[in-house]
Design a protein around this ligand. Structure first.
Ligand code: PMP
Length: 405
């Protein structure tokens, strides 16, 4: 396995550098992943050879750009097993995907309707619903989370009723690492007639998603957390739902016919893609997906789990370390605090040793508040991380303790 990991690391140029005189140990993959050379090349090749606007040129470059852009849609469609390419909407990222649903699907909500989220959501999956609820006189209900950072499933079932129109839930918590039991939740939500949106920002980097097997109504994710570029993301939606939804943003490309009296809208997916899209981003994301599809993702997931287990084992021997999120089903996202030390100070001292982690509230203030901390230190492992790097993190923490405790 370690030979394979070393070979894969060679694909990621940014991993091979020194920070503060120490080899970089990049453990901030939950914030964004590094990019393999094939992604960097796809973006630069596009700009070198095919740069042009899509869908409207009467010339060869535009044909090439349009072809690559629409091929990329098919690549992503197959990657998440959507039934049709029309169900793949390009957005700027998970945040915009959720906002699209909140504005467009949300338009059908009425006073008294309910939206269910959980206590462990990212702000991107809280604020759009809060604002929608205010606009519509709807109610935002929150599924509680226990002290291990697991969703209270019986409480979720109890909250379901025929006024719930949407359950919007994080697939993998970025702050806690918890993997939510989404298959069961989707079935239960559908039984009361609610639709389900999954915030897949953190799950897609770890395993393959099958939206049809999940039977999920909407699935949102970001390219940059999936080894692709920033500024590009995806909203998957079931065709019938997307068809029935009004446009979100308006302008060029998303129209069929415009007069000053009336406008008719383009078909899917273009109805939701106004303006010139992030063409290079789309091409870069498809290159990332192609790259991932050439890997044995099950084996890499098992490797990530080993990294997490190693961290858990070492943490058990560090008395000052308190885990933030210790769910039974957990992705390789390892959040903690060192009792007596501010997370930001821990992060700075780790950076001095070349170790990159994230500190703070991770855009999930409510769950941090529930754990009684202003924030945490988060090491998030990707398949290109090694056991030695986990050990380096703990060696780094030992040094940080000397300064801070
Ligand atoms: N949801 C979760 C669970 C996330 O981790 C993130 C990114 N931190 C987002 C939503 C928002 O993603 P983006 O910033 O790429 O739109």
């Amino acid at each position: 396995m370690s030979d394979l990991i070393q070979r894969l690391r060679a694909d990621f140029p940014a991993l091979h550098q020194e920070i503060n005189g120490k080899p970089l140990v990049y453990l901030d993959n939950g914030a964004t992943t590094q990019k393999p050379q094939v992604v960097i090349d796809a973006i630069s090749d596009y700009y070198r050879h095919d740069n042009s606007n899509v869908h409207r040129g009467a010339h060869t470059l535009s044909d090439r750009a349009t072809h690559a852009f629409e091929q990329a849609r098919k690549t992503v469609q197959q990657f998440i097993n959507a039934a049709k390419p029309e169900e793949i909407i390009w957005t700027r990222g998970t945040t915009e995907s959720i906002n699209l649903v909140a504005h467009s699907f949300g338009d059908s909500l009425q006073a008294g309707d309910q939206i269910l989220i959980s206590a462990m959501e990212h702000h991107a999956n809280i604020v759009p619903w809060q604002m929608l609820a205010q606009r519509k006189g709807a109610e935002l209900k929150v599924i509680p989370v226990n002290e291990r950072g697991e969703l209270d499933y019986p409480a979720f079932v109890e909250l379901l009723n025929d006024r719930v129109k949407l359950v919007s839930i994080v697939h993998v918590s970025n702050a806690l690492g918890t993997i939510n039991p989404v298959e069961d939740m989707i079935a239960k939500a559908h039984a009361v007639g609610a639709k389900v949106l999954l915030d897949g920002a953190q799950s897609t980097a770890h395993w393959d998603i099958d939206v049809q097997a999940l039977d999920v109504d909407f699935f949102a994710f970001s390219g940059h957390k999936l080894f692709g570029p920033t500024g590009i993301g995806v909203l998957y939606g079931k065709e019938a739902l997307l068809e029935a939804m009004p446009p979100y943003q308006t302008g060029g490309e998303m129209i069929e016919h415009v007069s000053f009296e009336q406008t008719t809208f383009n078909q899917l997916p273009f109805k939701f893609e106004p303006g010139t899209p992030n063409i290079a981003g789309v091409i870069g994301l498809a290159a990332a997906v192609d790259y991932l599809q050439g890997l044995d993702r099950d084996a890499l997931l098992a490797h990530e789990h080993q990294l997490l287990q190693r961290a858990r084992t070492l943490a058990a021997d560090m008395a000052e370390l308190r885990l933030i999120g210790d769910a039974e089903h957990k992705a390789s996202i390892f959040g903690f605090v060192l009792n007596g030390a501010h997370p930001a100070d821990v992060g700075t001292l780790l950076d001095q040793q070349g170790i990159a982690v994230r500190t703070g509230h991770h855009c999930a203030m409510p769950i941090m508040e529930q754990f009684g901390v202003p924030g945490s230190v988060r090491a998030s492992f990707s398949f290109y991380n090694t056991v030695d790097e986990v050990d380096a993190l703990f060696a780094g923490l030992e040094k940080a303790k000397l300064f801070l405790l």
